[in-house]
Every structure is written in structure tokens, then in C-alpha cells.
Design a binder for this molecule. Structure first.
Ligand SMILES: Nc1nc2[nH]cnc2c(=O)[nH]1
Ligand SMILES: [Zn+2]
Length: 435
């Protein structure tokens, strides 16, 4: 039995979205300076100019959002739940930062009451930045992962997450065994995968902290529960890469440590990939897996410049991640700007237009996570949206009021927008912030 329909709403706004990929389609950006989106039961039913949608739906009540910009909700494809309270540990390279900043805090997640508070801080931060879907690196503790799914359910966030598993070289209290990794993962999958908006992601932390046995346990979960997603880290830092080489002498490269276990596929999202080989890029493209680019983190931890051109030339799908707390905050506007800066500064960088940045922050994530009902404003998709409406008197407000085109306003939103400019957020048609 389907539930009865609710009344439609016609949103009137300057809106922009990328129904296509601007790296392959030159006219990918759809910008409506006076646009209309008809939403019913959380789904976009009609989209276009306000005049056109109005004419077809003369009786729908109108919500007037003019004055700001309406964008699809942001999709963050790499962000760590237990690290929200340690954002800002600047000045350390990856392995020192893990030892000194991240892992001591992650050990605190053993305490369920603590974890519940962190889950609130974390999801509040995501939604406050306009993020409506996230692939979230979970906790090493199953209770903390439960707490996360509960908070995601309460808030309405579309969340893909799972138990983080490791069995070497971290801290003793963060280690598990292959059998426990499988058993706890299985219980979490059965409880949460496909429940409401929640999906499960099998998550070995990185090969550096994983034996072959634990990677095999991850592969067993992927085999036994088709449809769960996979995420981990790869090729982030040169010292990390050398250590992985030493730990897996039989592997051709870092990717091969995952590939041999059968963990590289259409539902795999590998974060960073700052230092890939050509072989790795070729295999990632062949398996249609995604590289999650985290430019603020790569800058803060000094990991390096992401070779976007090589990914695109090889045909590897790329999405965006904030990588909180190696990253510096939840805003995908800031990540887009930092990606733009880094591509500008590196030899052979890819010039990124506002359309590229919007795509990376929205549809690219939907494609990475295989969530075709999110990521753009095409009719049939869920109404996941963020309304940027800067306070009067702010520089972004001045640009918005004088912008010569919606695309200019979009560029300014990436250049100077922050969570303070997020006025309202919807997920599946429900207002989850503001309103
Ligand atoms: N940036 C980052 N890289 C990692 N590699 C393994 N764990 C982490 C983490 O927490 N953050
Ligand atoms: Zn990470």
C-alpha cells in the first residue's frame, strides 16, 4: 500500500545544478535565474523556469526563495565521524597526526555516552554546512556506529557508514580480529543497511593497519551482503605508501592490497589517491571505483597535490570529501575552492569552473555512491537541497545582489560562502535545517 500523497509545493528560486558531468559535457550546468521546482512527497516532479512550471501547476502553493541560491544538497564522500572534536590539528604529516590527534580521540568512542555526543556534533556540522548525503568513516566501536546510525535516522541525513576495522599498528584498544570484524559488521549490516536512508560501508581503515586476514573478512561481508558499499584510504602520504609496500611485499602497489582481496569495484570509494601509479589508475577506471579528493586535508597534512588530470585522462571517477578532522571543516564550498586553488597552482592542473565545482560537490558524489535519486534537481530525484542566503551586509550578499548571472553568484558562493550562509536544508523534501 502506498501512503497518500501530500500537497505539492512550488519552490521559486535562482537555482543551479549539474544534471550532467561537466568534465565530459561542455553544457552540463543548468542555471535558472527565476526557476521553479515542484516538489511532492519529497520528490521533484517538475523543474524549469518559474513561469513554465507555474503555468502547468497553477494551484500549487509557492515558497519564495528568491534572493539566494538554491543548490542540490552537498554530498561528502569522505569524512570521519569520530574526528569532529579534533579538527584543526595543523602542522603534522599524516602518521604523526594520526598518533597525536586522531587516534587518542577515536579511542574515546568506546564510551557510548561520549559517542552519542560526538554523533550529534558531527551530524549537526554536516547538515549545517548544507551536506545532505555523506559517506562517513565510522568508529572502531560497534556501539558508536549504532549511535551514529540512530542520530542519522533522527536527523534525516542520508548516511553511508560502517565499523572501521584494523588489526595492527594503531593502538591496542582500536584493534580487532578478522572474526570479530565479520561478526560485528554482519550484525550492523542486518540492523541498518537499507533501513530508512541508511546504507552500510565496509571500512578497513587502511592497508597499513590491516592484515590480509582482516581484508579477507571485509571481502566476505561484501560477498555475503551484495549492495553494501566499500571505503578506505589509499596513496595519501609517501611514508604511509612506503610502509604499506614493506608490509605487503607480494603486492604490486597499494591498490593491489585491496584488489587481491576483491575489494575494488563499482561500490568502492578510495580516499585521497594523491600519489597513484598509472597501473592503479587503470585498474580503478576498469572497476569503476571512485577516488574521493580531499583538498583541504591534503593541504593541511601536507600530503600533496591531487593529480586530477591523470585521474580524468585514465577515466577514474572523482568526487569530493571534507576529510574532517584531517580536513578543516564540513563545507564542501571550501573544499571546492581549495580544489580550484590547488589545480591552479600545480603544473598541469585542471582549470575548474563553477560548474565543475558544483558537480564535484553534488552529482559526482551521488554517482560515487550509486544513489541515482540524489545529486541534481532532475524530476524524479529526491528534493535534497541547500538554500544559500547570506545575511544582509555581508560581501556574499553584495555579490548575489549584483551578480550578472547565476553562474557568477555560484562562483562567489564557492569563493566566500561558509556554513553561516546556509539558510535552509531539505532532505527528501523535509526541512532539516532552517525554514
Ligand atoms: N586523512 C586521514 N587518513 C587516514 N589514513 C588512515 N586513517 C586516516 C584518517 O583518519 N585520516
Ligand atoms: Zn580520511
Amino acid at each position: 500500500m502506498t501512503s497518500p500523497s501530500t500537497a505539492p509545493t512550488l519552490y521559486r528560486a535562482t537555482y543551479l545544478h549539474t544534471p550532467r558531468n561537466p568534465f565530459t559535457h561542455p553544457d552540463a550546468l543548468d542555471a535558472q535565474s527565476d526557476g521553479g521546482l515542484l516538489v511532492q512527497d519529497g520528490v521533484i516532479r517538475a523543474a524549469g523556469s518559474f513561469a513554465e512550471v507555474r503555468a502547468a501547476h497553477p494551484d500549487a502553493p509557492v515558497t519564495d526563495l528568491r534572493g539566494g541560491l538554491l543548490l542540490p544538497g552537498f554530498i561528502d564522500t569522505h569524512v570521519h565521524y569520530p574526528q569532529v572534536r579534533v579538527i584543526g590539528g595543523l602542522g603534522l604529516p599524516l602518521l604523526d597526526w594520526l598518533d597525536q590527534c586522531a587516534l587518542p580521540e577515536e579511542a574515546r568512542m568506546a564510551d557510548l555516552a561520549y559517542a552519542r555526543g560526538v554523533a550529534r556534533d558531527f551530524i549537526g556540522g554536516l547538515i549545517g554546512a548544507g551536506t545532505t548525503t555523506a559517506l562517513v568513516f565510522g568508529s572502531h566501536f560497534a556501539g558508536a556506529v549504532d549511535a551514529f546510525f540512530e542520530e542519522a535516522t533522527r536527523t534525516g541525513l542520508r548516511a553511508v557508514t560502517g565499523l572501521v576495522v584494523s588489526d595492527r599498528l594503531l593502538r591496542e584498544e582500536l584493534h580487532t580480529t578478522p572474526q570479530r570484524a565479520y561478526d560485528e559488521g554482519r550484525a550492523l549490516i542486518e540492523r541498518w543497511h537499507g533501513t530508512g536512508r541508511a546504507l552500510y560501508a565496509v571500512t578497513p581503515r587502511f592497508s597499513l593497519s590491516a592484515s590480509e586476514g582482516i581484508l579477507d573478512a571485509c571481502a566476505a561481508l561484501m560477498r555475503d551482503f551484495p549492495g553494501v558499499r566499500f571505503t578506505s584510504h589509499i596513496n595519501e602520504n609517501t611514508r604511509e605508501i612506503q610502509t604499506v609496500r614493506d608490509l605487503f611485499p607480494g603486492a604490486r602497489d597499494y591498490l593491489d592490497t585491496y584488489e587481491r582481496a576483491g575489494l575494488v569495484g563499482r561500490h568502492s570509494v578510495l580516499a585521497h589517491n594523491v600519489h597513484p601509479t598509472d597501473r592503479e589508475l587503470g585498474v580503478m577506471a576498469a572497476h569503476r571505483c571512485t577516488a574521493a579528493h580531499c583538498p583541504c586535508s591534503n593541504s593541511a597534512l601536507g600530503s600533496g597535490f591531487f593529480p586530477l588530470r591523470r585521474h580524468l585522462d585514465a577515466g577514474v571517477h572523482v568526487s569530493l570529501g571534507s576529510d574532517v578532522g584531517g580536513g578543516t571543516g564540513f563545507s564542501l564550498l571550501k573544499e571546492g575552492l581549495q580544489a580550484h586553488f590547488m589545480q591552479n597552482l600545480m603544473p598541469g592542473g585542471v582549470p575548474l569552473s563553477p560548474a565543475h565545482l558544483l558537480y564535484l560537490a553534488t552529482l559526482a558524489g551521488a554517482e560515487a555512491l550509486d544513489l541515482p535519486h540524489t545529486g541534481s534537481f532532475q524530476p524524479g530525484r529526491a528534493f535534497d537541497a541547500v538554500h544559500l542566503n547570506p545575511a544582509p551586509g555581508t560581501p556574499l550578499d553584495a555579490v548575489f545582489r549584483h551578480a550578472s548571472s547565476p553562474e557568477r553568484a555560484l562562483a562567489a558562493a564557492f569563493a566566500t560562502g561558509t556554513p553561516a550562509d546556509v539558510a535552509r536544508v531539505w532532505i527528501g523534501g523535509d526541512t532539516v535545517l532552517g525554514g
